[in-house]
Design a protein around this ligand. Sequence first.
Ligand code: FNR
Length: 342
Amino acid sequence: MSRSERKWDHIRYALETGQKRSTAFDDVQFIHQSLPNMNVSDVTFQQKIGELSLSSPIFINAMTGGGGEKTYNLNKQLAIVAKEAGLAMAVGSQMSALKDKSESYTYEVVRKENPSGVLIANLGSEAIPDQAKNAIDMIEANALQVHLNVIQELTMPEGDRDFFGALKRIEAIVKVVNVPVIVKEVGFGMSKETVESLLSIGVSIVDIGGFGGTNFAQIENKRNEKSQAFFNQWGIPTAISISEASYVSKSISIIGSGGVTTSDELAKGIALGASAIGFAGLFLKILVEQGIEALYEEISALHNELTMIMTALGAKSIQELQRAPLMISGQMHHWLTQRGID
Ligand code: FNR
């Protein structure tokens, strides 16, 4: 099976497998405040994550790897929505286009459609510095995502079996590229130990890509006869992983993602310490099943609802929402207590 065919299998299975699993956001509750002392129009989403200026805490996460006409169309449509809604957008893995230059147009289209937007390049941790530079140049990216997907590779019969040296390769990339490097997971979450290692090599932004949404172990296990079902429940739930990462250091910016589908989860992710929240599966499903206009409306609704939640909490900015008091209960409380995270 070609890389492009495999990627389309992923999209089909991601849509079929469904999104609702345990992100642990149900264990998080806002504490109501009766005197917010602000106006709905006081809310601003504008913020800076390192050198990146964002006008929304919502961003479109990587989904369009593999190349081919379908990748081109999906990238084009997502870039149009990102421009209209003022969102940052990551493309999927560009490795296929680095190996076969005739595929570059399937990614370059995002810059063509959105000349001044925040666009994020994407490669796996097998990439070397020259490939990272070329992926960034291909879409004149404002940042580069390097994804870590050990469990996905292990569940694929044709996947990688050698994970030696990823941290060293990422360090080499961080040293040579001239845009921020975001290291991301793909739905299995990041522990505080992982985030500490990344911080030690100069990474300043992580996307914890937590458990509870798109599940690549389940997707691969459905595709393949020889199932490794023990990986189906593997991973750190998104809400817990954001807490693990924010415990490490204030100097690392956190992007929360993995199974976020509502404004309530979006707001909770920020209150747990994230600066922005990535959406993949939900946006893909709406785009493929209902089209561009429906996706734009969904993003507008998320923005409006987030404004209401922030007003109720008296939080005028994303930074203020990050400080909103929370009550943590259930499995998440248990987890954080045992891990010494408060
Ligand atoms: C992905 N994801 C992904 N991530 C990445 O870094 N590079 C990639 O090429 C892809 N490809 C991809 C394809 C499809 C079809 C999906 C649904 C997802 C992972 C994605 O960015 C995200 O980390 C996970 O999907 C978890 O978020 P959601 O889907 O639960 O919001």
